[in-house]
Design a protein around this ligand. Structure first.
Ligand SMILES: [Zn+2]
Length: 485
């Protein structure tokens, strides 16, 4: 790990009497943190020189890992409003101690040039939590040679992102998809895919606009669930043909879930992710008056209540492996207005980085959909395993990075754009009250959130180089979940 800012080392901490929750453990114990690591776990540990933090009555969780984030990104005619400092502050307050951002390749750039530019953006606005990058390949003709691509992945970026959507900009053809996946298979790289059929979406959008349909609700009408499921099915087959491992980002609907379930039942190396917006919003939100439906324009679009239910089941039964946020912080007042007269010109995306843990605790655990172990698995352990961060991150163990969340399961919080850390001016969850919230968060032993407020400084986080993709380290398709009750 190379730090972008070598600040003073943190004081030792003794986290006293919290209930430690991992995917397999649930026990009350003390956690000693010295330097950047956890150095002891046990009962009645001597404090020595350490500052004692009273965690009685609190849960001690491994810091959450958010593998799907778009900070400081030009996308769809606008730029996301959280840079790497502010966006990681928003992550921290929600209990996320590592995020992985997409390093997009812009037109005319080689991948090496793109990566240099992204690392420059991180240096310019140093992070408060740890940050890794995925290499998003949008134009194979300009990408450079596959040798250069291999060098990038060996340098700590073992994941490519490709799109079957966004015809005319980021969309790759099937033959380019196959070439990327062959390269990934040969180099221990995971391929992440945004799966929607870009040709079909393009046709339906043009047809809708020709017929004079301009309102936000046409965003969903022109991106049908079956266009997502078709692309999901296709990329599953292309990945298998190439011998590659596949991670399907932001699964939104039952039809895509079914394709992933079938592949995993066969033992194919396919993992699925969903995001809170697909669990809590539906297509009717696009019909909100006064153009407010534009807040719900993200791709894939919000679906139906039946799809929401299928996704919850997928999280509980293991067909889905990760809950990420796809945090794309645009503003309603400025950015979303670009599509006032044309739904297809509304920048795609919504904020969400700071509420993932609260929402999964309140509506997942408290609602009885899954237990605390499964919550930790979905938000921390499995993303750490899949993305080459485990066992340094994603668990609580001696020797692991001291990325910890003290979580008060009784603390009430009302989600509200006016008080959120993200610079976006709206929240998809405005006014929703949750029970359970992080109170204190550490990143490699440094306290970055205390009393529910961000106290971390730019440079407390650092760029993280990740280990090569290892399918055996991720959860195993075809196997029942190893989660105890
Ligand atoms: Zn995304």
């Amino acid at each position: 790990m190379s730090a972008t800012n070598a600040g003073a080392s943190s004081e030792p901490l003794l986290i006293r009497g919290g209930r430690i929750i991992t995917t397999t453990e649930n026990r009350v114990a003390d956690v000693l943190v010295e330097g950047e690591r956890i150095t002891a776990i046990g009962e009645d540990l001597p404090a020595g020189q350490a500052r004692e933090l009273d965690a009685r009555g609190l849960l001690v969780l491994p810091g959450c890992v958010d593998p799907h984030v778009h900070l400081d990104t030009d996308f769809g005619g606008a730029k996301t409003v959280d840079d790497f400092t502010n966006g990681t502050a928003a992550a921290a307050i929600g209990g996320t101690t590592t995020l992985i951002n997409f390093a997009m390749q812009w037109p005319g750039q080689t991948l090496a040039q793109a990566l240099d530019a992204w690392k420059g953006q991180i240096e310019e606005h140093p992070p408060i939590v740890d940050v890794g990058l995925h290499m998003a390949i949008t134009d194979l003709d300009y990408a450079g040679s596959f040798d250069e691509l291999d060098a990038i992945t060996r340098g700590g970026i073992p994941s490519y992102k490709v799109f079957t959507a966004y015809k005319g900009s980021a969309m790759l053809s099937d033959d380019d998809l196959l070439r990327v996946m062959e390269s990934a298979a040969a180099n221990d790289v995971l391929v992440m895919v945004h799966a929607e059929n870009g040709d079909i979406v393009d046709l339906l959008q043009r047809r809708a606009l020709e017929q004079g349909h301009t309102e936000p609700r046409w965003h969903a009408a022109t991106r049908p669930a079956l266009a997502e499921a078709e692309a999901t099915s296709r990329v599953i087959d292309i990945a298998h043909l190439a011998g590659a491992s596949l991670y399907v980002v932001h699964v939104s609907c039952a039809a895509s879930l079914e394709r992933i379930a079938n592949a995993r039942a066969k033992g194919w190396r396919v993992w699925g992710e969903t995001c809170p917006q697909y669990l809590f919003t539906d297509e009717s939100d696009l019909e909100r008056p006064d153009f407010e439906g534009a807040k719900y324009v993200f791709s894939p679009p919000p679906r139906t209540p039946a799809d929401q239910e299928a996704l919850w089941e997928g999280l509980a039964d293991g067909v889905l492996s990760v809950v990420a946020t796809d945090h794309v912080p645009f503003t309603f007042a400025r950015d979303k207005q670009l599509g006032r007269d044309d739904f297809s010109a509304i920048p795609n995306g919504a904020p969400g980085i700071e509420n993932r843990l609260q929402l999964m605790h309140h509506f997942g655990v408290r609602a009885g959909r899954f237990d605390l172990h499964r919550m930790v698995d979905l938000l921390s352990t499995t993303p750490a395993r899949i993305f080459g961060l485990h066992p340094r991150k994603g668990t609580i163990a001696v020797g692991a990075d001291a990325d910890l969340v003290l979580f008060d399961p009784q603390r009430r919080h009302t989600i509200c754009a006016a008080t959120q850390v993200s610079h976006s001016d709206y929240s998809l969850m405005e006014g929703v009250e949750v029970v359970g919230s992080p109170t204190l968060v550490t990143v490699r032993g440094r306290i970055v959130v205390e009393d529910g407020r961000v106290v971390g400084r730019p440079g407390d986080g650092a760029y993280v180089s990740r280990a090569p993709f290892d399918p055996a380290a991720a959860d195993a398709p075809g196997q029942p979940l190893a989660v105890d009750g």
